[in-house]
Design a protein. Structure first.
Ligand SMILES: Cc1cc2nc3c(=O)[nH]c(=O)nc-3n(C[C@H](O)[C@H](O)[C@H](O)COP(=O)(O)OP(=O)(O)OC[C@H]3O[C@@H](n4cnc5c(N)ncnc54)[C@H](O)[C@@H]3O)c2cc1C
Length: 274
């Protein structure tokens, strides 16, 4: 027997148009059949995908979270019978340093990697300096439109470079082959900044280009509110990177801005070019 507070029930199949309530009913019945207690339980739809292999019988395939008010003892056999497993929401583990930093941390690149790194540093009170070689979303959208209509390429701010990173002008699918529990944390944070709640549940979530831009602006504003700095048109000069990493001295940006900082995250993405 083991003590469990929260269970994830998977493999729940229902007609493709079944509402959430019906899916939860199926989950409850499954638990009862496996002799798992259903008192003091709160259910929540966790993930949903579709099985369309049989065109005349399209199904939803769902998983449901079941959380008890108090931990209860359950057997391994009961869990197997209910196709359930213990579940705990994962949060990133942040270990605080013990010494004050000699300078502010620097994060290079405002794609998803850089945004999340800077947000986390800002929330821990480190006041990061976040730079990108490209422009803000608005200015970048204008540069991209100029390229589309007039064929004029801005080599620093374009469909690949600038706030939001390389996928900002895509259709906003949130696709990853990484099966990491922290993916949910990322989705929850995107919702906090305006992504629709359904991205938390859908197996192939999609945020949409317009919303994605607002989400990026929201994250950048939060970083600034927490004391971070957001600098556009500021390119890390890779020639000095080694000096920066080893000597921890100063970062020279091609825009001729010089700032005292600690290089903490290089999130330049795939189109790395200096
Ligand atoms: C056209 C396109 C469409 C895509 N569509 C999707 C999609 O629909 N769904 C999906 O999940 N993924 C999509 N992707 C993939 C997704 O964009 C990437 O996986 C993601 O952007 C990687 O994030 P990142 O933060 O690592 O890097 P990037 O997003 O590439 O961010 C890197 C940032 O660093 C900046 N930078 C680079 N060099 C320097 C420097 N020297 N100094 C300062 N700043 C610098 C760049 O300007 C850029 O903003 C798409 C990619 C492309 C190119």
């Amino acid at each position: 027997m083991m003590q469990i507070k929260c269970l994830l029930l998977s493999g729940i199949r229902a007609p493709f148009d079944a509402p959430e309530g019906e899916i939860i009913k199926i989950a409850k019945a499954k638990m009862k059949r496996a002799c798992l207690s259903v008192t003091g339980l709160h259910f929540r739809l966790y993930k949903k995908s579709f099985d369309a292999r049989r065109k005349n019988a399209i199904l939803q395939v769902c998983s449901v979270l079941a959380e008890y008010d108090q931990p209860i003892a359950v057997s391994e056999a009961a869990l197997q019978k209910a196709e359930a497993r213990p579940f705990a929401e994962e949060l990133p583990v942040v270990t605080q340093g013990t010494q004050p930093l000699v300078a502010r941390p620097l994060v290079v690149g405002m794609g998803p990697a850089g945004l999340f790194a800077a947000l986390m540093l800002a929330e821990q009170g480190y006041r990061p300096i976040l730079i990108d070689r490209g422009d803000s979303i608005e200015a970048r959208a204008a540069a991209t439109e100029r390229f589309r209509t007039e064929g004029v390429l801005d080599t620093e701010s374009n469909i690949q470079f600038g706030a939001g990173g390389a996928g900002t002008f895509s259709d906003g699918k949130l696709v990853t082959r990484v099966n990491d529990p922290l993916c949910n944390y990322v989705l929850r944070r995107l919702c906090e900044f305006g992504a629709p709640e359904e991205v938390l549940i859908k197996a192939k979530p999609h945020v949409g280009t317009d919303i994605l831009r607002r989400v990026v602006d929201g994250m950048l504003n939060r970083i600034a509110e927490l004391g971070g700095s957001v600098q556009y048109r500021t390119c890390l000069w890779i020639m000095l990177l080694k000096t920066v990493l080893y000597a921890r001295k100063q970062t020279w940006a091609r825009s001729r801005r010089v700032c005292w900082c600690l290089p903490s995250g290089i999130a330049q993405g795939i189109p790395l070019r200096c």
